[in-house]
Write a protein that binds this ligand. Structure first.
Ligand code: NDP
Length: 244
């Protein structure tokens, strides 16, 4: 059954974003599904959600590190559809390297994509959400690396720690507007982002002794998105099998 509420999810074409789309569709939300290049995968996802849950999906394509392109696509979306109820800033990248060997481009691209996108995606959306004068939800995607730091990921850890600070500050600004702003910090999750080599090394630090499933992150997002989570804001919720 449709809730008549739309959630925009960045990076929905695969991995955690696609699991979030599936779960929120099952919950009854309409969706705005985004990717950068995996358009076929995104279309296939929208088709299967339509068949299984009768979900209405709007497809969006832009590079979240490109400020002007992101603004242009989102403003066009807002004109046609109005402000979404919820936003999940999920899309992100890694470019791992030991810090002494890290290239300037590896630093810049990860910071511009993961942290720059906080501004690029949310800045065009926040005022329309506030002006709608309705409850809203913003959920950002950090990482265990942003909470505790991780070797070989100085760039990624900085970007994901930055997301936590930005999320908490925006939560303060939006709390009295009934818009909650929370951060999910996954540990080691089975997606394309995590190679077998990384997984084997990192599993030693996971008390649950297994990788998490994208669906286990999606379940947390689903809860934070729900009406029942209206009094939870400015929080970082870890989904990491006990890593910290
Ligand atoms: P995947 O690599 O499986 O998917 C990444 C998604 O982000 C894709 O949909 C991709 O779209 C999109 N994306 C990447 N770069 C851009 C860009 N510049 N512009 C627009 N879209 C982009 O990642 P995961 O599902 O594993 O990760 C999702 C989020 O969870 C990320 O923020 C990640 O940092 C975080 N995370 C993941 C963990 C894990 O263990 N997997 C652990 C902790 C956090 P396209 O295919 O079109 O490029």
């Amino acid at each position: 059954m449709s809730l008549n509420k739309t959630v925009l999810i960045t990076g929905a074409s695969r991995g955690i974003g696609s699991a979030i789309a599936y779960k929120l569709a099952a919950d009854g939300y309409d969706l705005a599904l985004h990717c950068r290049s995996s358009v076929d995968e995104l279309k296939a996802l929208a088709d299967s959600l339509q068949k299984e849950f009768n979900t209405k999906s709007h497809l969006l394509r832009f590079d979240i590190s490109n400020r002007s392109q992101t603004k242009e696509v989102l403003e066009e979306y807002l004109l046609e559809n109005g402000a979404p109820y919820g936003v999940v800033c999920n899309a992100g990248v890694t470019a791992d390297n030991a810090f002494p060997a890290m290239l300037a481009d590896e630093w810049d691209s990860v910071l511009d994509t993961n942290l720059g996108s906080f501004y690029n995606v949310l800045h065009p959306l926040v005022m329309p959400m506030v002006s709608a004068r309705k409850p809203g939800r913003i959920i950002t995607m950090s990482s265990v690396s942003g909470v505790m730091g991780n070797r070989g990921q100085v760039n990624y850890s900085a970007s994901k720690a930055g997301i936590i600070g930005a999320t908490k500050a925006l939560a303060l600004e939006l709390a009295k507007r009934n818009i909650t702003v929370n951060c999910v910090a996954p540990g080691l999750i089975e997606t394309d982002m995590v190679s077998q080599e990384i997984a084997e090394a990192a599993l030693k630090g996971v008390p649950a002794q297994r990788m998490g499933k994208p669906e286990e992150v999606a379940a947390t997002v689903s809860f934070l998105m729900s009406e029942g989570a209206a009094y939870i804001t400015r929080q970082v919720i870890s989904v990491n099998g006990g890593m910290i």
